[in-house]
Design a protein around this ligand. Sequence first.
Ligand code: MN
Length: 365
Amino acid sequence: MRARPGKPPYAGLTDVGRVRAHNEDSVLMEPPLFAVADGLGGHEAGEVASGIAVSALVDAAPSHADAKALGRAVRAANRAVISAAREGRGREGMGTTLTAAMVEGTRVVVAHVGDSRAYLLHGDVLERVTGDHSMVADMIRQGTLTEEESRVHPNRSVITRALGTDPNMYADTFEVDASPGDRLLLCSDGLTGMLTDERIAEVLGAYGDPEMAVRMLVDAANEAGGHDNISVVVVDIEGESASTTPARSHRGWLAVLVWTLAVAAVIGIAVWGTYRYASERAYLVAEDGVVVVYRGVPGEFAGVSLSWLENETTITVGLLDPVTAGRLGQGIPVEDLDAANALVEQYRSIAEARSGETDISPEGP
Ligand code: MN
């Protein structure tokens, strides 16, 4: 689906078709901004309207893919078309559709007025991003007409919203989370009036090179009759993530906060648990030659000592057997203070016995 190395990942083409004398469509490819406009008004006025709309869109477009801001840019383009007609450029009553998209990585925003469409091809599934502002589309939504019937309906080209007449006109806006490898299509009704969505999906998916894809789509519409001007813009969605969008970064902050709290909670529970554990334990250790009892645990945890002096005995470590004396040098942990006191009594009796032994044992000659 990707463009060949060295070629841009997008392409566009506008063609007069096989019936009309003029091409009143305009296409725009100024990444990240892309647009298709289908002018109305006849006598070349449609061409003026679509051209003014596209250049006003460029002037008013936001610098980043922001759907609402792109919608405002379409409204600015509407005012530009209305002003132009009043100033005598083109004709009074001229108008145009406008379907604009901004593509930043996998983030796609669309602003749309009229019956030019935006589609997204994902794998071999072609999804319509926009909903036509047209009489037949309203009838389909109301259930009084089928998609199939709309293709031959006499009022199929009557649009219900356009740039150039109503100063209060607004654009529909869309935000799409595309995937790398997806393909965005913007097109005028000269394509969709001639080809079904199934056929569009087939041709769009058959050519990896976007330039080839737009050429083959225009050719297919012409082969099907070319009743109207045909405009096609194809943009391949590349691999960059959409993580720089404000909405995403907001969620990012929330995630960081949640994780920080979770980690703090885990550390808090660990510290509290360790403290609880330590405060209930006890140990015996040799200090200054005597046995000393501490509540807590020997050593330090994260630089913090968790022990409290409980009892300095008079038991001389040197009177105990060498193995016990060695263990006392490092500290002998026990279950609790009761166990510590029991062990102290045991050592005391051993020491006293040894001390007595020493006292009564006669010195060698
Ligand atoms: Mn058209």
